[in-house]
Design a protein around this ligand. Sequence first.
Ligand code: HEM
Length: 132
Amino acid sequence: MNAETAPPHTPFEALGGKPVIEQIVNRFYDLMDSDPAYAELRAMHAPDLAPMRRSLAGWLTAWAGGPNDWFEQNPGKCVMSAHRGLGVTKATARQWINAMGRAIAAAELENQMLANELENRLTMMAAAMTRD
Ligand code: HEM
């Protein structure tokens, strides 16, 4: 088995690496920025979404087993704790999950089980961030 036929070792590789993660993240913030269904969620974010695009892509990359840069650049930072003071409600968490589900679907991943798993795990995390 050579490097080209070997199965991927991490979810990051199985997803398609950095280009696919960036595609999902960019679609997610494009949707948040343009669809009025996410207005409440959008209003929680800074006007410039560019730093968020970089940060979420970096976090997802490291979380999925890819390069660890986000954790090295944010020593000791926990994404769950970082959301504690943001006032995440069930309604805004639903908007986050809905936009993320659409962004993952738009990436048309070959591995549908992996796409479902990604969405399920993020859904569980977002639900655990709610404060109402
Ligand atoms: C699994 C779910 C989620 C993940 C992985 C995630 C990830 C992130 C990351 C990596 C950041 C940037 C942190 C930084 O660089 O300091 C961030 C910021 C933020 N997140 Fe989330 N997030 C999630 C769910 C949510 C939900 C459900 C909401 C709101 C309903 C939300 C609202 C925000 C806001 C308002 C910011 C700060 C934005 C800003 O300063 O412009 N997030 N999130």
